[in-house]
Design a protein around this ligand. Sequence first.
Ligand code: AMP
Ligand code: GLY
Length: 444
Amino acid sequence: MVIGSGGREHAVAWALAKSPGIDEVLCVPGNGGTAAEKKCRNIPVAAGNLPEIVEAAKREFADGDGSFAVIGPENPLADGIADLLNAAGIPVVGPMKAAANLEASKDAAKAFMKKYGVACAASETCTDLETALAAVAKADGAVVVKADGLAAGKGVVVAADKATAEDAVRRFMQDGELGDAGKTLVIEEYLAGEEISVLAAVSVTPESTADGTACILPFMPARDHKRLLDGAEGPNTGGMGAISPVPDLKPEIMQQFQERILEPTLEGLKAEGFDYRGFLFFGLMLTDSGPKLLEYNVRLGDPETQAVLPLLDSDFAELCRAITGGTLASFPLKWKSGCVCAPVAVSAGYPGAYGTGKAIRVDGQKVRSAGGKIFFAGAVQKDGGLYTSGGRVLACAASGETPQEAAQHAYAAMDGVHFDGMFFRKDIGAPGAAVSKTMKGGAQ
Ligand code: AMP
Ligand code: GLY
């Protein structure tokens, strides 16, 4: 059972369905893409309806049939879906609520990073306006203002100057723009550099900590492209495309990531006594003094997953079972050679207001001959047709021996997809495509 309705969840469902050990993938609620995916069946229960999800799992799963649930988005994890499913005897890929706080609270995440010596930006947590404004005043140039709670990507302001930072502090704390999520703020040192994402499988329980098998298994690194327009210009979005692995990433960076970020994180998860069997996303900034952790997400990334899972050369369902069953430390994780590029197509107007209900036409022949795979997100099936239902509509993933070849294939496949107002970036995975030249390393 896959919980969620985005492109990430379509990719997860597709990867599970490819496994010979999987008879059926239940997508809760899924989308127009999963509705048409082989072996997949949508169940119309919202990802936020925790009691109904538990009921559906109890109804659909038979004892000992090897069924399990994979949780896509952060909100149900923060609300304790893993605790509820585990209590009902259902294996879950996704951390318990206590560990999900590493994403649900920026303050908790920073406290964890500092406690266990994870390389990260200097920061101060502020619970009142005066302290927050004082912290901003101390900053030398650019500074980052982060709301503590979950804010669907709207809680971070990378401010190029103090006035912008002060404005953000007032909007979050005084005007309550983000509700409770913005009552506590983390004021953080600005880090310049390029960002990468490392997704990982995690299996840490008190038992595996005791017997030495607790582990974090990192995946191929990936890069999201958050700005709307080519050259990393325009407003921030939920992600305009991803590439994996990250082109030209020096091996010593991954070594430093391992030593300065992954290993202390593992020690911390163990020391806190967490039950963390799921995925963990490390959001990294590659600074002049090495990689630093910007954030943990307690789930897979979107759209990174749409580029990373097609590269996986191991059975994804077996990987999930190794996570829940405590055998991850000996799991043979294998990757295909080459690269996957996955540009995202969005509705006209996104990330502002956009229309929905536009017919999506897919020339299957064209997409297939380019070697593309479409992962749908904001798309629904109606009367046998596909229609747009969101801002980010789909990602078109394709592989190649080089990043250039992967991009060429992905864009050739994208050429077989049409809907009114369709827009996509043309430079996903290209050198420099993730960092703005005019906006000071992405500061806004
Ligand atoms: P977060 O949710 O913490 O990852 O922040 C969202 C985005 O804001 C990141 O992906 C970065 O692009 C940017 N960001 C966050 N923290 C910093 C920082 N300390 N310095 C520069 N950019 C940052
Ligand atoms: N790609 C960023 C995220 O999933 O949060």
